[in-house]
Design a protein around this ligand. Structure first.
Ligand code: COA
Ligand code: ZN
Length: 306
């Protein structure tokens, strides 16, 4: 059994983009540094999007530059979301070493998110991936609303399989399969991830779940059973997409790490320190939950310190 599971904390981007309280780049940097100190190996640090569309993500260049200057990019895998060519260029200028592209598996959702249809989104992804290759920048490609769309209902798995095949062929380094609104059922997660794993030839596959229907951990388990060893999660369970009505927070990194550790997987993350980061995120935003098992974990922590 491959017992290392790589957690990518998307709190500083997915977690913060939709909060009522907007954090300064300095606060977001503090959060990212704290995540790295807790041993989180991979972090989505921000997005190069229009500050008019997502005001909470303004200052991404400052964040990337500062992290690189501090050498954080050597101890953790840092990536930034880019919605278009312009965002890619800004990310490259700031010194990003990895970018995340998002293509939605439904026409309506892709229009709402980046104002273009799926075919244009895929063509844009192809161009950016080719450009990134010559710039030596990694591209992670996310397929959003992979199980269900808030506007078009259930997603046909064939659409996702087809998009995944194209994005792999373009040369994406990793595919992130996202349940953007937290509507996927574990059996559907298992079957789609199994099919994707069989179809992929060497490309890394990751899953991204939201906890809207309290099925986040069940879905992580279903994906683990299908062989997936990479998961997005958000410290404190922060999250929500401004363009997808009904989406609540991501699965809390604390919950995922707790489950993985107790199942015997390695994550390299210090859970006690991670919980302190969740607390910090909560103080900063005034909204975080700290995950579903927060009380139980806090009790264990107190006992171990007695
Ligand atoms: N970064 C910063 N500004 C950008 C930008 C980028 N990546 N892309 C476009 N802009 C600016 C343009 O300069 C223009 O500014 P202006 O009004 O001051 O002239 C404005 O945004 C509109 O530009 P346009 O080329 O017409 O873009 P658009 O309207 O077709 O698309 C998006 C705008 C998609 C880039 C914008 O809606 C966006 O950033 N959305 C965020 C998507 C997102 O983060 N989703 C959640 C995660 S999946
Ligand atoms: Zn998300």
């Amino acid at each position: 059994m491959n017992d290392f599971v790589r957690i990518n904390d998307v709190g500083p981007r997915d977690g913060l983009q939709n909060q009522a309280r907007i954090l300064t780049p300095q606060q977001r940097l503090q959060l990212i540094h704290a995540l790295v100190d807790a041993g989180v190996p991979s972090i989505e640090v921000g997005s190069f999007v229009s500050p008019k569309a997502v005001p909470a993500m303004a200052g991404a260049a400052e964040i990337v530059t500062s992290l690189n200057k501090a050498g954080i990019n050597k101890s953790a895998y840092l990536q930034s979301l880019v919605p278009n060519q312009r965002g890619y260029e800004l990310a490259r200028e700031a010194g990003s070493q990895a970018v995340l592209l998002v293509v939605c598996a439904s026409e309506t959702m892709n229009q709402k998110n980046v104002r273009m249809g799926i075919a244009d989104g895929l063509a844009q992804a192809r161009d950016i991936i080719h450009q990134a290759k010559s710039d030596a920048i990694d591209v992670m490609a996310c397929i959003a609303v992979a199980w269900e769309c808030p506007f078009e209902g259930k997603t046909d798995p064939k659409v996702v399989l087809n998009m995944a095949a194209q994005l792999s062929e373009f040369g994406a380094h990793e595919l992130v399969i996202a349940d953007t609104i937290g509507a996927a059922m574990p059996n559907a997660v298992h079957s789609l991830m199994k099919e994707l794993a069989a179809q992929q030839s060497g490309q890394a596959l990751a899953c991204h779940f939201h906890d809207t229907r309290a099925l986040g951990l069940a879905n992580v388990y279903a994906a683990l059973e299908a062989g997936i060893r990479r998961f997005d999660a958000s410290v404190g369970g922060l999250g929500g997409c401004p363009f997808a009505p009904g989406a609540t927070g991501n699965i809390a990194t604390e919950d995922v790490v707790m489950m993985l550790q107790q199942m015997g997987f390695q994550t390299g993350i210090d859970l006690a320190r991670l919980m302190a980061v969740g607390q910090l995120a909560g103080e900063m935003t005034g909204t975080t939950t700290g995950g579903r098992a927060h009380q139980w974990r806090s009790l264990q922590l107190q006992k171990s310190r007695l």
